[in-house]
Design a protein around this ligand. Sequence first.
Ligand code: URA
Length: 464
Amino acid sequence: MSFPASGARLPRARPVKKGLREVLDVLMYDIIMKKREGGELTGDEIEFFVKGYTEGAIPDYQASALLMAIYFRGLNRRETADLTMAMCNSGRRADLSAIRGIKVDKHSTGGVGDKTTLVLAPLIAAAGVPVAKMSGRGLGHTGGTVDKLESIPGFRAVMDPAEFTEQVRRVGVAVVAQTGNLAPADKKLYALRDVTATVDSMPLIASSIMSKKIAAGADAIVLDVKAGSGAFMKDEESAFRLAETMVEIGNRVGRRTVALVTGMDQPLGRAVGNALEVREAVAALKGGGPQDLLEICLALGAAMLLLAGRTVSVEEGRRILTELLESGMALEKFEEFVAAQGGDPRVTREEGLLPAAAISEDLPAPRSGYIGAVRAGLIGRAAMLLGAGREKKESEIDLSVGIVLNKKIGDRVLAGESLAVLHANSPERLAKAREIALQAYTVGDQKPEPKPLIYGTVPEKIQT
Ligand code: URA
């Protein structure tokens, strides 16, 4: 027997079978073949696949084959929007209609030290725009927003939909843990992508994120797409492509959507780790905190107020938000929100109420010079080794541990001076994390050119 030369077309050989199982197999076979050959899938074919896979009628091996075909052949914007809506409609969709006003959600594609939701949720609510936020628990370097909030003693992130709606109406803001029934198709497909090397596909990432945002009930969405070594998208160009894809999906399905592309070459702010990030977010709500964190919060927040119709310009939004921070009203809203969810609001004044690690150790600079890099991915890895993040879904996280950066890109440092402080509860974990954290830093003779914190905005696209 001889095989045709590589690239030659083999005759199409479908399985010849009968019965419902076999009919499903053949239909799915045709869909896989169509995408493998670069064809465009219809909305019905996409829905058949998503529904069939979620219900268990389509086996993992066929779903994997289609994902791989999509990975290589891509999806056009219409197919991506259809996939998004099919996944969005695979479970319960939140109904926020009982809450008056335009509900604006914000989503970050994930970065190290990103605590913007902790600042923005009360800040936007203080500006009079309702915030009804569902948030995930994170896999990776640190926990997600919900884990961070749970480092506040007593904070409860699980509530039923009626309680959630009632709190948003009464307090203006609620943040709850996303349930498994929100876009269950995405949950199942994401797990499959994770083990079939198909996570880093632009249309699959975009539809995965947007399906959950739309199912969470927002009328409008502000996206923070990160670009850099600590992000999914390692460079500016691919971050813009992802941002444009997601903005177009949102606009196609009737959600006002804009995106900011922001830098993630070094961690955002200085704190990386759950309780440590709450502490830093509180400092920002008091009108202090690191400048880069404040700047991103003002930019995202101004975009949220604009989409909510609360303001007519970005400048007006920035002015309102700055006043709310300076007057203490944003902090007051944070305390009210924390108390409404059972948490101790005194954490804003008594830092000792937050969990603290037993050991804190400085990371000394190996030489004098300028900081050339603080690789966010490695700082995140070091924080995870300390126990701040989950390597697997079932891993326990330690809310008290993490890293506080004393030096960031462009800072001058003397040999032996502290680059960062590692907060740990185990000497063994500390030793491993120290090594990785040190690799994250580059110290050189030249002061590096600063990279932009915000690369740009992808505005709404008006549908014709
Ligand atoms: N985050 C998601 O929710 N989905 C992806 O595919 C990637 C990041």
